[in-house]
Design a binder for this molecule. Structure first.
Ligand SMILES: [Zn+2]
Length: 96
């Protein structure tokens, strides 16, 4: 190739290389896309309505939810898509 490229040609928006749009798994060292949201609460640190969230891929969902579960922190496990769907802090308690 001896042509250095065509001047004036608009750059194509081709590679979304560093787009942080996809949330990643919270597990240590894991860079997989998150699929699950684990909602948890540490009653010693947080008020009861407070929710901390961890993100998990399919592989780490069980591991992370177990980690929270044995401590009694785990409140909810929701698919990321559903989590983003539901308005955060909408007021009405979700589910029953
Ligand atoms: Zn993971």
């Amino acid at each position: 190739m001896n042509s250095p490229g065509l001047p004036g040609l608009p750059g194509l928006p081709g590679t979304p290389s560093d787009s942080p749009a996809t949330p990643q798994c919270s597990a240590k060292g894991c860079r997989a896309d998150a699929v699950w949201v684990l909602a948890w609460n540490n009653p010693k640190l947080h008020t009861p309505e407070r929710r901390k969230t961890w993100l998990a891929c399919e592989e780490h969902r069980e591991h992370l939810s177990k980690f929270l579960g044995v401590r009694g922190f785990l409140k909810d496990v929701v698919r990321l898509a559903d989590w983003e769907d539901s308005p955060a802090g909408g007021g009405e308690p979700a589910g029953s």
